[in-house]
Design a protein around this ligand. Structure first.
Ligand code: PM9
Length: 476
Protein backbone atom coordinates (compact mmCIF):
# COMPACT_ATOMS: atom_id res chain seq x y z
CA UNK A 1 0.00 0.00 0.00
CA UNK A 2 1.53 3.31 -1.11
CA UNK A 3 -0.50 5.79 0.93
CA UNK A 4 -2.20 5.39 4.28
CA UNK A 5 -5.66 6.98 4.54
CA UNK A 6 -6.10 10.48 5.91
CA UNK A 7 -9.19 9.32 7.85
CA UNK A 8 -10.30 11.57 10.67
CA UNK A 9 -9.05 11.01 14.25
CA UNK A 10 -12.54 11.58 15.65
CA UNK A 11 -16.04 10.17 15.44
CA UNK A 12 -19.37 11.97 15.26
CA UNK A 13 -21.31 12.38 18.51
CA UNK A 14 -23.96 14.91 17.48
CA UNK A 15 -25.44 15.77 14.09
CA UNK A 16 -27.09 18.86 12.62
CA UNK A 17 -29.72 18.08 9.98
CA UNK A 18 -29.38 19.81 6.60
CA UNK A 19 -32.24 21.02 4.44
CA UNK A 20 -32.45 19.74 0.89
CA UNK A 21 -34.10 22.16 -1.56
CA UNK A 22 -35.43 22.02 -5.10
CA UNK A 23 -33.94 23.99 -7.97
CA UNK A 24 -37.09 26.15 -8.06
CA UNK A 25 -36.59 27.04 -4.38
CA UNK A 26 -32.94 27.85 -4.99
CA UNK A 27 -33.84 30.10 -7.91
CA UNK A 28 -36.09 32.15 -5.63
CA UNK A 29 -33.39 32.21 -2.92
CA UNK A 30 -30.51 33.40 -5.11
CA UNK A 31 -32.66 36.10 -6.74
CA UNK A 32 -33.71 37.35 -3.29
CA UNK A 33 -30.03 37.35 -2.29
CA UNK A 34 -29.11 39.62 -5.21
CA UNK A 35 -26.93 36.84 -6.69
CA UNK A 36 -24.55 37.18 -3.74
CA UNK A 37 -23.96 33.97 -1.77
CA UNK A 38 -23.22 36.05 1.37
CA UNK A 39 -26.83 37.24 1.31
CA UNK A 40 -28.37 33.76 1.22
CA UNK A 41 -30.07 32.37 4.30
CA UNK A 42 -28.07 29.42 5.52
CA UNK A 43 -31.32 27.41 5.75
CA UNK A 44 -31.36 27.47 1.93
CA UNK A 45 -27.85 25.99 1.71
CA UNK A 46 -27.13 22.25 1.53
CA UNK A 47 -23.32 22.04 1.74
CA UNK A 48 -21.87 25.29 3.03
CA UNK A 49 -18.40 25.93 1.61
CA UNK A 50 -18.62 29.71 1.92
CA UNK A 51 -15.87 29.86 4.49
CA UNK A 52 -13.83 27.93 7.03
CA UNK A 53 -14.18 30.91 9.38
CA UNK A 54 -16.05 30.19 12.59
CA UNK A 55 -17.68 27.17 10.95
CA UNK A 56 -15.64 24.43 12.61
CA UNK A 57 -17.18 21.73 14.78
CA UNK A 58 -15.83 22.05 18.31
CA UNK A 59 -14.70 18.96 20.16
CA UNK A 60 -16.33 17.51 23.28
CA UNK A 61 -13.37 18.91 25.24
CA UNK A 62 -14.04 22.38 23.88
CA UNK A 63 -17.76 22.15 24.71
CA UNK A 64 -16.86 20.96 28.20
CA UNK A 65 -14.50 23.93 28.45
CA UNK A 66 -17.40 26.26 27.64
CA UNK A 67 -18.92 25.24 30.98
CA UNK A 68 -15.75 26.40 32.72
CA UNK A 69 -16.26 29.99 31.59
CA UNK A 70 -15.26 32.52 34.22
CA UNK A 71 -17.40 35.48 33.20
CA UNK A 72 -15.74 37.99 35.49
CA UNK A 73 -15.37 41.36 33.80
CA UNK A 74 -11.68 41.55 34.61
CA UNK A 75 -8.95 38.96 35.01
CA UNK A 76 -11.00 35.92 33.95
CA UNK A 77 -9.11 32.68 34.51
CA UNK A 78 -9.91 31.71 30.91
CA UNK A 79 -7.89 34.70 29.69
CA UNK A 80 -4.82 33.32 31.48
CA UNK A 81 -5.45 29.90 29.90
CA UNK A 82 -5.61 31.53 26.46
CA UNK A 83 -2.55 33.65 27.14
CA UNK A 84 -0.57 30.57 28.19
CA UNK A 85 -1.67 28.57 25.10
CA UNK A 86 -0.66 31.40 22.73
CA UNK A 87 2.64 31.92 24.54
CA UNK A 88 3.42 28.21 24.40
CA UNK A 89 2.52 27.60 20.76
CA UNK A 90 2.97 30.99 19.06
CA UNK A 91 5.62 32.38 21.36
CA UNK A 92 4.39 35.97 21.74
CA UNK A 93 4.81 37.19 25.33
CA UNK A 94 1.99 39.75 25.06
CA UNK A 95 -1.44 38.42 24.13
CA UNK A 96 -4.39 40.77 23.63
CA UNK A 97 -7.70 39.05 22.92
CA UNK A 98 -10.03 40.47 20.26
CA UNK A 99 -13.49 39.44 19.10
CA UNK A 100 -12.02 38.10 15.83
CA UNK A 101 -9.12 38.63 13.43
CA UNK A 102 -10.15 42.01 12.06
CA UNK A 103 -10.36 43.37 15.61
CA UNK A 104 -6.64 42.62 15.96
CA UNK A 105 -5.96 44.08 12.48
CA UNK A 106 -7.78 47.26 13.47
CA UNK A 107 -5.78 47.74 16.68
CA UNK A 108 -2.47 46.93 15.02
CA UNK A 109 -3.12 49.23 12.03
CA UNK A 110 -4.10 52.15 14.29
CA UNK A 111 -1.01 51.54 16.37
CA UNK A 112 1.58 51.35 13.62
CA UNK A 113 0.29 52.91 10.38
CA UNK A 114 0.16 56.62 9.61
CA UNK A 115 -0.72 58.65 6.51
CA UNK A 116 1.68 57.96 3.67
CA UNK A 117 2.96 54.66 5.04
CA UNK A 118 3.52 51.74 2.70
CA UNK A 119 2.79 48.18 3.86
CA UNK A 120 4.36 45.47 1.71
CA UNK A 121 2.84 42.01 1.97
CA UNK A 122 2.62 38.57 0.38
CA UNK A 123 -0.65 39.29 -1.43
CA UNK A 124 -3.50 41.30 0.01
CA UNK A 125 -6.24 39.97 2.21
CA UNK A 126 -9.55 41.84 2.14
CA UNK A 127 -10.01 42.83 5.80
CA UNK A 128 -6.26 43.23 6.44
CA UNK A 129 -5.79 45.67 3.55
CA UNK A 130 -9.00 47.53 4.40
CA UNK A 131 -7.66 48.31 7.90
CA UNK A 132 -4.24 49.26 6.53
CA UNK A 133 -5.92 51.70 4.14
CA UNK A 134 -8.31 53.10 6.75
CA UNK A 135 -5.26 53.92 8.90
CA UNK A 136 -3.69 55.87 6.00
CA UNK A 137 -1.41 53.20 4.54
CA UNK A 138 -1.09 51.75 1.06
CA UNK A 139 -0.62 48.04 0.50
CA UNK A 140 2.06 46.83 -1.96
CA UNK A 141 2.19 43.24 -3.15
CA UNK A 142 5.61 41.53 -2.85
CA UNK A 143 4.61 37.90 -3.30
CA UNK A 144 6.53 35.82 -5.86
CA UNK A 145 5.15 35.94 -9.43
CA UNK A 146 4.20 32.24 -9.36
CA UNK A 147 1.44 33.07 -6.85
CA UNK A 148 -0.48 34.90 -9.57
CA UNK A 149 -0.37 31.92 -11.92
CA UNK A 150 -3.00 29.29 -11.06
CA UNK A 151 -1.14 26.63 -13.06
CA UNK A 152 2.28 27.07 -11.39
CA UNK A 153 3.07 24.13 -9.09
CA UNK A 154 5.63 26.01 -7.00
CA UNK A 155 5.51 24.34 -3.55
CA UNK A 156 5.66 27.64 -1.65
CA UNK A 157 3.63 30.14 -3.64
CA UNK A 158 3.27 32.26 -0.49
CA UNK A 159 6.97 33.20 -0.50
CA UNK A 160 7.97 36.86 -0.43
CA UNK A 161 10.04 38.06 -3.39
CA UNK A 162 12.85 39.82 -1.52
CA UNK A 163 13.93 41.67 -4.67
CA UNK A 164 10.45 43.21 -4.97
CA UNK A 165 10.57 44.14 -1.28
CA UNK A 166 14.02 45.65 -1.62
CA UNK A 167 12.86 47.77 -4.58
CA UNK A 168 10.07 49.23 -2.40
CA UNK A 169 12.42 49.84 0.53
CA UNK A 170 14.84 51.69 -1.77
CA UNK A 171 12.00 53.61 -3.38
CA UNK A 172 10.12 54.86 -0.29
CA UNK A 173 12.73 54.43 2.48
CA UNK A 174 12.57 52.00 5.43
CA UNK A 175 11.17 54.73 7.71
CA UNK A 176 7.93 54.76 5.66
CA UNK A 177 7.40 51.05 6.11
CA UNK A 178 5.81 50.33 9.51
CA UNK A 179 6.02 46.57 8.93
CA UNK A 180 5.94 43.83 6.35
CA UNK A 181 2.61 42.03 6.47
CA UNK A 182 3.20 38.35 5.93
CA UNK A 183 0.45 35.75 5.78
CA UNK A 184 0.75 32.02 6.37
CA UNK A 185 -0.96 30.47 4.44
CA UNK A 186 -1.90 33.00 1.75
CA UNK A 187 -5.68 32.91 1.45
CA UNK A 188 -6.17 34.88 -1.78
CA UNK A 189 -3.43 32.94 -3.59
CA UNK A 190 -5.31 29.69 -2.96
CA UNK A 191 -4.29 28.81 0.61
CA UNK A 192 -0.64 28.62 -0.45
CA UNK A 193 2.14 28.28 2.15
CA UNK A 194 5.26 30.33 2.78
CA UNK A 195 8.49 28.39 3.42
CA UNK A 196 10.44 28.67 6.66
CA UNK A 197 13.57 29.47 4.68
CA UNK A 198 11.81 32.42 3.08
CA UNK A 199 10.45 33.63 6.42
CA UNK A 200 13.97 33.47 7.90
CA UNK A 201 15.47 35.32 4.93
CA UNK A 202 12.76 37.96 5.28
CA UNK A 203 13.54 38.24 8.98
CA UNK A 204 17.24 38.75 8.29
CA UNK A 205 16.55 41.34 5.58
CA UNK A 206 14.05 43.37 7.63
CA UNK A 207 16.10 43.21 10.84
CA UNK A 208 19.09 44.71 9.08
CA UNK A 209 16.90 47.65 8.02
CA UNK A 210 14.92 48.12 11.22
CA UNK A 211 11.58 47.06 9.71
CA UNK A 212 9.10 44.97 11.70
CA UNK A 213 7.49 41.75 10.46
CA UNK A 214 3.87 41.10 11.40
CA UNK A 215 2.54 37.61 10.76
CA UNK A 216 -1.06 36.90 9.88
CA UNK A 217 -1.15 33.65 11.84
CA UNK A 218 -4.76 32.82 10.94
CA UNK A 219 -3.81 29.58 9.15
CA UNK A 220 -0.21 29.24 10.33
CA UNK A 221 -0.81 25.70 11.66
CA UNK A 222 -1.87 24.62 8.17
CA UNK A 223 1.20 26.37 6.81
CA UNK A 224 3.37 24.41 9.27
CA UNK A 225 2.01 21.16 7.83
CA UNK A 226 3.19 22.15 4.33
CA UNK A 227 6.64 23.01 5.69
CA UNK A 228 6.82 19.64 7.43
CA UNK A 229 5.76 17.78 4.29
CA UNK A 230 7.48 19.78 1.55
CA UNK A 231 10.44 21.75 2.82
CA UNK A 232 13.71 19.80 3.02
CA UNK A 233 14.96 19.22 6.55
CA UNK A 234 11.67 19.51 8.46
CA UNK A 235 10.11 16.03 8.14
CA UNK A 236 11.08 14.97 11.63
CA UNK A 237 9.96 18.20 13.31
CA UNK A 238 6.55 18.41 14.95
CA UNK A 239 3.85 20.82 13.75
CA UNK A 240 4.17 22.59 17.11
CA UNK A 241 7.92 23.06 16.66
CA UNK A 242 7.51 24.41 13.13
CA UNK A 243 4.71 26.77 14.17
CA UNK A 244 6.90 28.17 16.92
CA UNK A 245 9.83 28.59 14.52
CA UNK A 246 7.60 30.45 12.05
CA UNK A 247 6.38 32.87 14.72
CA UNK A 248 9.96 33.37 15.85
CA UNK A 249 10.50 35.28 12.58
CA UNK A 250 7.87 37.90 13.50
CA UNK A 251 7.62 40.86 15.87
CA UNK A 252 3.92 40.32 16.24
CA UNK A 253 0.91 38.52 14.87
CA UNK A 254 -2.76 39.04 14.20
CA UNK A 255 -4.94 35.98 14.59
CA UNK A 256 -8.43 34.95 13.64
CA UNK A 257 -9.00 31.99 15.96
CA UNK A 258 -12.07 31.17 13.85
CA UNK A 259 -9.87 29.18 11.47
CA UNK A 260 -6.90 27.16 12.77
CA UNK A 261 -8.01 27.34 16.41
CA UNK A 262 -11.31 25.52 15.81
CA UNK A 263 -13.65 28.02 17.44
CA UNK A 264 -16.75 29.85 16.29
CA UNK A 265 -15.55 33.25 17.48
CA UNK A 266 -12.33 34.81 18.78
CA UNK A 267 -8.96 36.24 17.88
CA UNK A 268 -5.91 37.89 19.37
CA UNK A 269 -3.03 40.25 18.78
CA UNK A 270 0.38 38.94 19.81
CA UNK A 271 3.35 41.25 20.36
CA UNK A 272 6.93 41.07 21.64
CA UNK A 273 7.61 44.74 22.34
CA UNK A 274 6.58 45.80 25.88
CA UNK A 275 5.74 49.42 25.16
CA UNK A 276 3.86 48.63 21.95
CA UNK A 277 1.84 46.02 23.84
CA UNK A 278 1.04 48.58 26.55
CA UNK A 279 -0.38 50.94 23.90
CA UNK A 280 -2.30 48.08 22.28
CA UNK A 281 -3.84 47.14 25.63
CA UNK A 282 -4.98 50.70 26.01
CA UNK A 283 -6.49 50.91 22.49
CA UNK A 284 -8.30 47.60 22.78
CA UNK A 285 -10.34 48.99 25.66
CA UNK A 286 -11.80 51.58 23.27
CA UNK A 287 -12.80 49.22 20.48
CA UNK A 288 -13.12 45.66 21.79
CA UNK A 289 -13.29 45.56 25.59
CA UNK A 290 -10.95 45.27 28.56
CA UNK A 291 -7.56 43.73 27.68
CA UNK A 292 -8.39 40.51 29.53
CA UNK A 293 -11.45 39.73 27.38
CA UNK A 294 -11.28 41.85 24.18
CA UNK A 295 -14.92 41.34 23.22
CA UNK A 296 -15.02 37.65 24.12
CA UNK A 297 -16.86 35.76 26.82
CA UNK A 298 -14.70 33.78 29.24
CA UNK A 299 -16.07 30.56 27.75
CA UNK A 300 -14.98 31.66 24.24
CA UNK A 301 -11.41 32.16 25.46
CA UNK A 302 -11.46 28.73 27.10
CA UNK A 303 -12.67 27.08 23.88
CA UNK A 304 -9.92 28.86 21.93
CA UNK A 305 -7.22 27.78 24.41
CA UNK A 306 -8.31 24.15 24.00
CA UNK A 307 -8.66 24.58 20.21
CA UNK A 308 -5.06 25.80 19.96
CA UNK A 309 -3.87 22.62 21.70
CA UNK A 310 -5.98 20.42 19.42
CA UNK A 311 -4.95 22.24 16.24
CA UNK A 312 -1.27 21.30 16.51
CA UNK A 313 -1.91 17.57 16.89
CA UNK A 314 -0.33 15.69 13.98
CA UNK A 315 -3.29 13.35 13.31
CA UNK A 316 -5.71 16.23 13.27
CA UNK A 317 -3.80 18.33 10.76
CA UNK A 318 -3.09 15.36 8.48
CA UNK A 319 -6.82 14.61 8.25
CA UNK A 320 -7.73 18.27 7.87
CA UNK A 321 -5.47 18.86 4.88
CA UNK A 322 -6.15 15.32 3.67
CA UNK A 323 -9.82 16.11 3.20
CA UNK A 324 -9.08 19.32 1.26
CA UNK A 325 -6.69 17.40 -0.98
CA UNK A 326 -9.21 14.57 -1.45
CA UNK A 327 -11.65 17.08 -2.95
CA UNK A 328 -8.96 18.86 -4.97
CA UNK A 329 -7.62 15.62 -6.46
CA UNK A 330 -11.13 14.47 -7.40
CA UNK A 331 -11.69 17.75 -9.26
CA UNK A 332 -8.32 17.46 -11.00
CA UNK A 333 -9.23 13.91 -12.07
CA UNK A 334 -12.51 15.27 -13.47
CA UNK A 335 -10.58 17.77 -15.59
CA UNK A 336 -11.80 20.85 -13.70
CA UNK A 337 -9.38 23.82 -13.70
CA UNK A 338 -8.35 24.55 -10.10
CA UNK A 339 -5.49 26.48 -8.52
CA UNK A 340 -2.40 24.30 -8.21
CA UNK A 341 -0.97 23.04 -5.96
CA UNK A 342 -4.03 22.32 -3.80
CA UNK A 343 -3.99 24.66 -0.80
CA UNK A 344 -4.60 24.21 2.92
CA UNK A 345 -8.15 25.33 3.64
CA UNK A 346 -9.94 25.28 0.33
CA UNK A 347 -9.99 24.22 -3.28
CA UNK A 348 -10.12 27.19 -5.63
CA UNK A 349 -11.84 26.86 -9.00
CA UNK A 350 -10.14 28.89 -11.71
CA UNK A 351 -13.23 30.76 -12.93
CA UNK A 352 -11.34 32.50 -15.74
CA UNK A 353 -10.46 29.10 -17.22
CA UNK A 354 -13.86 27.62 -16.34
CA UNK A 355 -15.80 30.39 -18.12
CA UNK A 356 -13.42 31.76 -20.78
CA UNK A 357 -16.35 33.22 -22.73
CA UNK A 358 -16.94 35.76 -19.92
CA UNK A 359 -14.78 38.85 -19.70
CA UNK A 360 -13.79 40.11 -16.25
CA UNK A 361 -16.45 42.84 -16.23
CA UNK A 362 -19.02 40.05 -16.48
CA UNK A 363 -17.76 38.81 -13.06
CA UNK A 364 -17.18 35.16 -13.99
CA UNK A 365 -16.31 33.96 -10.46
CA UNK A 366 -19.40 35.58 -8.95
CA UNK A 367 -21.52 34.03 -11.74
CA UNK A 368 -19.99 30.61 -11.09
CA UNK A 369 -20.84 30.74 -7.36
CA UNK A 370 -24.48 31.31 -8.33
CA UNK A 371 -24.55 28.44 -10.84
CA UNK A 372 -23.08 26.05 -8.30
CA UNK A 373 -25.70 27.05 -5.75
CA UNK A 374 -28.50 26.69 -8.32
CA UNK A 375 -27.21 23.28 -9.40
CA UNK A 376 -27.05 21.68 -5.97
CA UNK A 377 -27.35 24.07 -3.05
CA UNK A 378 -23.59 24.27 -2.51
CA UNK A 379 -22.47 27.68 -1.30
CA UNK A 380 -19.03 28.93 -2.34
CA UNK A 381 -17.33 32.35 -2.26
CA UNK A 382 -16.09 34.65 -5.02
CA UNK A 383 -12.39 35.54 -4.76
CA UNK A 384 -11.73 37.67 -7.83
CA UNK A 385 -12.81 41.01 -9.28
CA UNK A 386 -15.62 41.59 -6.79
CA UNK A 387 -13.45 40.79 -3.74
CA UNK A 388 -10.58 42.95 -5.02
CA UNK A 389 -12.77 46.07 -4.77
CA UNK A 390 -11.76 49.54 -5.93
CA UNK A 391 -8.50 51.43 -5.54
CA UNK A 392 -9.25 54.09 -2.87
CA UNK A 393 -7.00 56.60 -4.66
CA UNK A 394 -8.48 56.28 -8.17
CA UNK A 395 -11.89 54.75 -7.43
CA UNK A 396 -11.28 52.32 -10.26
CA UNK A 397 -11.94 48.57 -10.10
CA UNK A 398 -8.86 46.58 -9.24
CA UNK A 399 -8.20 43.75 -11.66
CA UNK A 400 -6.51 40.86 -9.86
CA UNK A 401 -4.81 38.26 -12.08
CA UNK A 402 -6.70 35.51 -10.21
CA UNK A 403 -10.43 35.11 -10.77
CA UNK A 404 -11.40 32.33 -8.38
CA UNK A 405 -14.26 30.56 -6.69
CA UNK A 406 -13.34 29.21 -3.27
CA UNK A 407 -14.74 25.89 -2.07
CA UNK A 408 -13.77 26.29 1.57
CA UNK A 409 -13.83 23.27 3.83
CA UNK A 410 -14.97 23.84 7.43
CA UNK A 411 -12.94 21.82 9.93
CA UNK A 412 -14.37 18.54 11.27
CA UNK A 413 -17.80 19.22 9.71
CA UNK A 414 -18.38 17.40 6.42
CA UNK A 415 -17.77 13.81 5.35
CA UNK A 416 -16.03 12.23 2.38
CA UNK A 417 -19.49 11.63 0.83
CA UNK A 418 -20.19 15.37 1.00
CA UNK A 419 -16.92 15.95 -0.86
CA UNK A 420 -18.07 13.48 -3.52
CA UNK A 421 -21.33 15.41 -3.93
CA UNK A 422 -19.31 18.61 -4.37
CA UNK A 423 -17.22 17.01 -7.11
CA UNK A 424 -20.33 15.71 -8.89
CA UNK A 425 -21.99 19.14 -8.68
CA UNK A 426 -18.98 21.01 -10.06
CA UNK A 427 -18.80 18.44 -12.88
CA UNK A 428 -22.49 19.02 -13.66
CA UNK A 429 -21.91 22.78 -13.93
CA UNK A 430 -18.82 22.15 -16.07
CA UNK A 431 -21.04 20.30 -18.58
CA UNK A 432 -23.14 23.38 -19.36
CA UNK A 433 -20.46 26.02 -18.71
CA UNK A 434 -20.77 27.58 -22.21
CA UNK A 435 -24.31 28.75 -21.50
CA UNK A 436 -23.53 30.46 -18.17
CA UNK A 437 -24.30 34.17 -18.21
CA UNK A 438 -22.29 36.89 -16.50
CA UNK A 439 -23.50 39.33 -13.85
CA UNK A 440 -23.40 43.05 -13.27
CA UNK A 441 -23.56 45.17 -10.12
CA UNK A 442 -26.90 46.53 -9.00
CA UNK A 443 -25.56 48.05 -5.79
CA UNK A 444 -22.13 48.27 -4.22
CA UNK A 445 -21.27 49.23 -0.62
CA UNK A 446 -18.21 51.38 0.10
CA UNK A 447 -16.20 48.89 2.15
CA UNK A 448 -15.50 45.20 1.46
CA UNK A 449 -18.13 45.15 -1.26
CA UNK A 450 -18.13 41.38 -1.76
CA UNK A 451 -20.02 40.91 1.52
CA UNK A 452 -23.06 43.00 0.65
CA UNK A 453 -23.11 43.94 -3.07
CA UNK A 454 -26.13 42.94 -5.15
CA UNK A 455 -26.06 41.77 -8.75
CA UNK A 456 -28.29 40.84 -11.65
CA UNK A 457 -27.71 38.53 -14.62
CA UNK A 458 -26.56 40.13 -17.85
CA UNK A 459 -29.23 40.01 -20.55
CA UNK A 460 -26.92 38.02 -22.83
CA UNK A 461 -24.13 35.55 -22.06
CA UNK A 462 -21.46 38.22 -21.52
CA UNK A 463 -20.67 41.87 -22.03
CA UNK A 464 -18.20 40.88 -24.75
CA UNK A 465 -20.87 38.90 -26.63
CA UNK A 466 -23.25 41.87 -26.26
CA UNK A 467 -20.64 44.22 -27.74
CA UNK A 468 -19.96 41.79 -30.59
CA UNK A 469 -23.67 41.50 -31.32
CA UNK A 470 -24.02 45.27 -31.33
CA UNK A 471 -21.09 45.64 -33.75
CA UNK A 472 -22.53 42.92 -35.99
CA UNK A 473 -25.94 44.65 -35.92
CA UNK A 474 -24.38 48.00 -36.86
CA UNK A 475 -22.54 46.38 -39.75
CA UNK A 476 -25.75 44.91 -41.27
N1 PM9 B 1 -11.10 35.24 6.55
C1 PM9 B 1 -12.42 33.90 5.11
O1 PM9 B 1 -13.54 33.45 4.80
C2 PM9 B 1 -13.59 35.38 6.77
C3 PM9 B 1 -13.99 36.73 6.34
S1 PM9 B 1 -13.50 37.37 4.80
C4 PM9 B 1 -14.47 36.58 3.70
O2 PM9 B 1 -11.37 33.54 4.55
C5 PM9 B 1 -7.03 36.12 7.00
C6 PM9 B 1 -5.94 35.44 6.23
C7 PM9 B 1 -8.33 35.72 6.89
C8 PM9 B 1 -9.35 36.40 7.62
C9 PM9 B 1 -10.70 36.07 7.47
C10 PM9 B 1 -8.96 37.46 8.47
C11 PM9 B 1 -9.96 38.21 9.26
C12 PM9 B 1 -7.64 37.82 8.54
N2 PM9 B 1 -6.70 37.15 7.81
O3 PM9 B 1 -12.83 37.08 9.85
O4 PM9 B 1 -12.10 38.98 11.23
O5 PM9 B 1 -8.62 34.68 6.09
O6 PM9 B 1 -11.87 36.70 12.12
O7 PM9 B 1 -10.42 37.42 10.31
C13 PM9 B 1 -12.33 34.87 6.16
P1 PM9 B 1 -11.90 37.56 10.92
Amino acid sequence: MKHRSWAEPWRIKMVEPLRMTTRAEREVAIRAAGYNTFLLRSDDVYIDLLTDSGTSAMSDRQWAGMMLGDEAYAGSRNFYRLEAAVQQHYGFPHVIPTHQGRGAEHILSRLLIADGHVVPGNMYFTTTRAHQELAGGAFRDVIIDEAHDPTSEHPFKGDVDLAKLDAIVRDVGAEWIPYVSVAATVNMAGGQPISLANLRALRAYTQSRGIRVILDATRAVENAWFIQQREPGHRSESIAEILFAMCDCADGATMSGKKDSLVNIGGWLGLRDDSLAERARNLVVLFEGLHTYGGLAGRDMEAMAIGIEESVQEDYIRARIGQVHYLGNALIDAGIPIVLPIGGHAVFLDAAAFLPHLDREALPAQALTCELFLESGIRAMERGTVSAGRDPATGKNRTPPLELVRLTIPRRVYTQAHMDVVTESVQAVWEFRDSIRGLRFVSEPEYLRFFQARFEPLPVVSARVAAEEETAGAAV
